[in-house]
Structures are given as C-alpha cells and as structure tokens.
Design a protein. Structure first.
Length: 567
C-alpha cells in the first residue's frame, strides 16, 4: 500500500507562499479583529453594569446623588467608538492583506507551473487550470479570513472573559476560560472532521461540473454530430445533483453547528449565573458586578460561533493547499538544459528522444541534426509526425528524455500569435522590454504594419481586445513578425509561420522573412510548399523519426517539395 505523506509538509509551501510578504498586515488585521471583539464585549458588560448600578443607586436619594454617571458614560462612548474604528480598520486591513497574499500566491503559482512544465498539462485541460486560479486560491484566502482571524478573536474573547471574572473570583475566571476554550475549540474541530470529506467532495464535483459545462458549451457542434449532446446534458445533470447532495450535507452541518454553539452559549450563561449567584449570596459580589460578569460570559462564546464557517470550509482549504503546494516554491522558470552551441553550428541535436508524461511511447526518437550559421532547414512531414514537438524541444519548452541539445540564443515565431488585452506597445515590448518607440516603429515598418498603426487614432497606445481582438489575422501575424525582429538573435525557430493566412498576405510575410532573415539560421516546421521553398535543406519527419534529408537542387528536394500542400 502506498504511504501517504504527512499533511504538514504537503500544506506548508502554499501556506508560506500565502503569508510571504503579507504577514505583518495579516497580523495587524487579526489584532484589529480581536480588538473589535474585545471592545464589543467591554461595551456590553460596561453598559449592563452601568444600567444595573444606576438603577440600584436610584433607590436611595443619597446614593443617587453620589453616583458618578460621567466616568461610565465616557467609557461606554470610548468603547463604542473604539469598536467601530477597530471593525472598520479590520475590514480594510484584512481584505487588503488577503488580496496582497492572493497576488503573491498567483505569482508563485505561475512561476511554479512555468518552472516544472506542468502548465502544458493544464492547458490541455483549461477547465482545471481555471479552477486552480479561482476556487483553489479563494479557498486559501478563506483560511485567513474565516479561520485564522476568527480564531484570534475567539482566543482574545476567552482571555478577556477569564481576566474579568478572575478579578471577581480566580476560580470562576479559570473555569470560564477553560470551559469556553475547550467547548469552542472542540465544536469547531468536530465540524471540521465531519465536514472535511463532504467539503472535498463538493470541491471535486464542482470542478467536474465546470469541466462538463465547458465541454458542453465549446463542443456543441461535435456533440450533435456524434449524437452525444443528450448524453452530455444527462451527465451534467447527474453531476449537478451530486453537487446539490453535497451542499445539503454541508448545510445540515452548518445548521447543527449553529445550534450547538447556541446551546453552548446558553449553557455557559447558565453556569456563570450559578457561579455569580453563589458569590452574591456570599456577599463577595454586588448585583451590578454580577450583571457585568454574566454579560461578559455570555459574549465570550459568540466569537467561537464565527469559526463555524471556517471549519466547514477547512476541508476545501486543505485540498486546495495540497494541490497548490507542489507549485508554490517560487523558483524562477527554468528551461530544460540546453548547452551553448558547438563551434561552427547554430544548433545541434545528438540522439535526442522525447516522451510526454501521459504517453507510453516516444514522440521523437533518436533525432540527430545540425544547423550551420546562416543555413535554413525546413522540417516537413504529415500531421502528428512530431514537427511541433521538435520545435518546442529546440525552443527549450520540452526536456529531452535522452540526448543533448546545444544551441545559440534564438527567437521563436510559433504557429499561434499570442496577443494580450493591452496596448500595441505593451504587446511589442514582450519581445524586448528595453526597446524604445523608435525601435518599435522600425520593427513595425520592417513587418509591413507601420502605416496601418499610424492610421490608428491612438497609434502604439491602441488597446487590443482579448486575444488581439481588433486586428485581422494578417495584422496579428505581422505584429508577431515585428516581435521576432525586436529580438537580435542569429537563430530563428519558425513553426508554420504563415498558416491560416490568405495567399497574398502569406506571400508578403514570407518575402519579409526571406529578406530580413538573411544571414540568420532557420529551423522551420511546415507542411506548406510556399514556406519549405525558402529552405536550403528539407528533413522529412515521420512517426517521430527523421526518415530522409534532401539538399536544395537535388531530385529528392524537388520531389519532397512537390508532395507538400500547395498555396
């Protein structure tokens, strides 16, 4: 049987990442929360004492005239103002700290994903990636807001209750503090233990429901064609019913916890009433003091009831921390090991094999190639032969299972143009953060996009929509070409650079690549004749193996070129 790791080492990286850089603000927020609770308890107790003492003093004229109403009134006003200020400050500080912690955690998570390559696996399942960035991070935030902060306030309430009643009678203060801590903590722990599995089940079912909903919305046409639309809808409904059952289970636990805390508060008040009654009977405590003790004891249990929500969500928080901790190391992204280029070569691959984690066979097998400076190689082959895998390997996005790669620094033009919801300038600066506007305009001019950008009202400050919305396919490709030119590299990696463009736009982009790439080494993956025609050598890749190699001018080169898809 597989041994499970201890929970603490699994959870600590995510907890440390959440607390890093925000621990002072978090501590201040927890202190303000405890201060607000203590001020509320003091306000309730002092108000009760003042009313009772004033009523008793009013029974006799002499005592009424001697009774000081100003000091208690000032104390009540001070506590009321202090409670309001502490509550307001607590809301500001705790939520600011939680948001700051969430931002830091997201950065660490992105770095962890990029450093291990796990983001490739998540991108194949976007619903899971979305869930990690929303629900799991929210669950970690609730650890602070709904568990740690209320726990600090509850401890403060128990301490204040023990001190106030301890001044009246030490045994009563010790009894109240011990009772409140033991009862409040045991109820919260019991709720956690009983809700952990339902909370985890609810989180997993919610993730499954999201994934199924994404599949239903994005794949309606395919589901209809396959006759599976009704089946997908039924599966979605079944998952929704499972989620409803988990919600009902947690709701019952919530109601039960609320009832238990209510009974515990009443029982605490009853027991303290017996204690202060004995003190009053012995003459050691007056009626006003008994009122103060009773109200303090009654309010000491209330902060523990706020732990109920955190205890119910602790199972989901535990699951989130367990899933995110392996990726929260915060290390900067590290590329697979690519050594410096061999003398006289731009890139060399020596008996390189690659295998994806979920595959039993190699995607590339014993690949060996050398690219000289200024030489252009086009890798051709049918879809699924491993061309994109070879490009990702050369770019350093994949680590070889065996073999070595040595390469010059490169610039990569992938088959997808990744643009972001930002300005044109900021999309260009992704390629070279130090480029000035003059460099950006030169790159746009070389890519054939400068005149069109100058025609825009905001120029380089023009905002793009999500995914580059606002640009045509040809304009987006030219923008990607401009980003390529902003990187002063002598090696270009080109993955189907004109795929999806019309013939005229593709011809223009290829002409510019041909002219601007003079003197640079190219490694290009393609299945288009117009792209491969620019190469000095053709490498034929089939089923993950290099099957043949042809140089320009040979009969094999022309035959391989003719076999490719025409424009």
């Amino acid at each position: 049987m597989e041994r499970r790791s201890a929970p603490a080492p699994i959870l600590l990286p995510a907890l440390r990442a959440m607390l890093a850089g925000s621990s002072r603000r978090m501590a201040l927020g927890a202190a303000l929360s405890a201060l607000a609770v203590l001020a509320g308890m003091g306000l309730l107790g002092l108000s009760g004492w003042f009313i009772a003492a004033a009523a008793i003093a009013g029974l006799q004229v002499a005592s009424a005239l001697a009774f000081d109403v100003f000091a208690p009134s000032a104390g009540i006003r001070l506590l009321a103002l202090g409670r309001t200020a502490a509550r307001y400050g607590e809301r500001l500080v705790t939520h600011d700290a939680a948001l700051a912690a969430s931002a830091q955690l997201r950065e660490r998570l992105f770095r962890g994903w990029a450093g291990t390559g796990d983001i490739r696996d998540l991108l194949r399942r976007p619903a899971r990636a979305l869930f990690r960035l929303t629900s799991d991070l929210d669950a970690l935030e609730s650890l602070y807001l709904r568990l740690l902060v209320p726990a600090g306030a509850a401890l403060g309430a128990a301490f204040l209750g023990a001190v106030v009643l301890g001044i009246m009678a030490p045994w009563l203060g010790i009894a109240l503090g011990s009772w409140v801590l033991a009862l409040g903590a045991s109820v919260a722990a019991g709720l956690f233990l009983r809700s952990r599995l339902p909370a985890v089940r609810r989180a997993l079912v919610t993730e499954r429901l999201r994934a199924q909903a994404v599949d239903l919305v994005s794949g309606q046409a395919e589901l209809v064609m396959a006759g599976r639309l009704a089946g997908q809808c039924d599966a979605l409904q079944r998952t929704d019913r499972r989620l409803a059952r988990a919600d009902r289970h947690l709701h019952r636990l919530d109601v039960m916890g609320s009832a238990v805390y209510g009974v515990a508060g009443s029982l605490t008040a009853a027991l303290v009433l017996l204690g202060v009654g004995a003190l009053v009977d012995q003459g050691r405590l007056g009626t006003a003091g008994a009122t103060l003790a009773l109200l303090i004891a009654l309010s000491a249990m209330e902060p523990f009831a706020a732990l109920r929500r955190g205890a119910l969500e602790a199972g989901r928080t535990w699951l989130a921390a367990q899933r995110l901790s392996p990726h929260c190391g915060g290390a900067r992204p590290s590329s697979p090991p690519i050594e410096s280029a061999e003398p006289g070569y731009a890139i060399t691959l020596r008996q390189v094999s690659v295998r994806y984690p979920d595959s039993p066979v190699d995607a590339l097998q014993s690949i060996a190639l050398s690219l000289a400076p200024g030489e252009r190689i086009a890798v051709v082959g049918p879809s699924g032969s491993g061309k994109s895998t070879l490009m990702a390997l050369a770019a350093g996005e994949l680590a070889p299972r065996q073999g070595t790669i040595r390469s010059l620094p490169h610039a990569w033009l992938s088959q997808r143009t990744d643009l972001f919801q930002d300005s044109l300038r900021d999309n260009l600066l992704l390629a070279n953060a130090d480029a000035d506007d003059a460099s950006l305009w030169r790159a746009l001019g070389s890519a054939g996009l400068a005149s069109e950008v100058r025609g825009l009202q905001a120029g380089l400050d023009t905002r793009l929509g999500e995914g580059g919305l606002g640009l045509s396919g040809g304009q987006a490709r030219r923008l990607a070409l401009a980003r390529l030119l902003l990187q002063p590299r002598s090696l270009w990696l080109l993955d189907e650079p004109t795929e999806g463009l019309d013939a005229l736009t593709a011809a223009d982009v290829l002409a510019r690549l041909h002219a601007l790439g003079a003197g640079r080494a190219w490694l290009m993956a393609t299945h288009l004749r117009r792209e491969a025609a620019l190469a000095d050598r053709l490498l034929v890749l089939r089923s993950g193996r290099l099957e043949a190699e042809f140089s320009r001018g040979s009969a094999g080169f022309e035959a391989a070129l003719a076999a490719l898809r025409p424009d």
